[in-house]
Design a protein around this ligand. Sequence first.
Ligand SMILES: [Zn+2]
Length: 401
Amino acid sequence: MTVIHESVWPAAFGPERRGTLPPVDGHTEPKLTPTIADVLSSAVAVLGVPGVENTLGLPEARRVCVILVDGLGLRLLKKRAAYAPFLKSVIDSNRPLDAAFPSTTATSLASFGTGLPPGQHGLAGYDAVDPVKRRTVNQLSGWPDDLIPDEWQPHRTLFERASEVVNVTTVSKSKFEESSLTRAALRGGNFVAAGSLTARAGAALEALKAPASLVYFYWDEIDKAGHRFGSESDKWTYQLEELDSGLKRFIARVPANTLVLLTADHGMVDIPASQRIDFSEFPELLEGIELTAGEPRCVQLHFSQDATAEVRQQTIAAWRERFTKQAVVMERHEVIARGLLGENPDPRVLGRFGDVFVLCHAQIGLYDGRRVAPHAFDVIGQHGSLTAAERLIPLLTLKKP
Ligand SMILES: [Zn+2]
């Protein structure tokens, strides 16, 4: 029998909402919190797409528009609600959801687009390991030519399924149209490229003219401002104000019988420059490690196949010792047992997830300085871990049908 090391759940992660270690008798199913995987699946269920459940109990509507604001965590939104009077006016409609795990765009968008947990769609983080070719692959951009998005993520997306029943339109920036992540996570339907918020709102309104339609509206300016200037910065607040006034104008023009929802893919925490740590400077943390992946808030370590059990345990112990008050170190089986990868993880994709996860709860970011670009150390706002600021995301009803 495998003995599962049970890490102490840090207070910064909030109550453990994702289920607990499996009970000894194996009978009780852990009850999992709704996540971003429930949003689009519930929306397409409302539109009559067969085989999908409306797990969020959304109201009946002929048209649904889902606005996804990259990086707009629930904590950040609540803290700055005074700058967003329109969103504040609908905040009571909020239903808190969890981002996918790790709390990062590639993983959360894949859960959004497929309705599946990370353990099934297999987009394992910002950087993920391709276990066949033994390499680390960035999941947002720069996919190698031989990594085929439709093979890497073969499940049918909700857009593909919904296209058989209603008109499906993605409204986003042109650079995302051909991206491998879009292909893997959000393929299907029409893509309308539009730049400014006004242009995107106009394109979404045009698509909502169809009698039965699903519109996905993606907005990434807040996340960009947060990474570059921090979520506490004036530039972040400015982006929130812009979004808020743009959404107010948009909603006033949305046709009747349309449900408009707003959600996000993750939140963010600001990491001081002195706490952005290059872990590759500590040789004891690298013993037996072949590949590193994930992101600074959620490092994923992959042992070389010939690393002995003893070396593995020594390295894990070294990480626990060095970051004892700042991060939780979990082996993959504990991450699975805690339900973080969702129900029924698929053995075919599990090798993409780290053998070991280092989850920061203090305000630190951990980098492999040998591998990441130097400018990665300039990033202020970060996410990936399980603190409430990173993990909790909003689900707001901007307009009822
Ligand atoms: Zn981001």
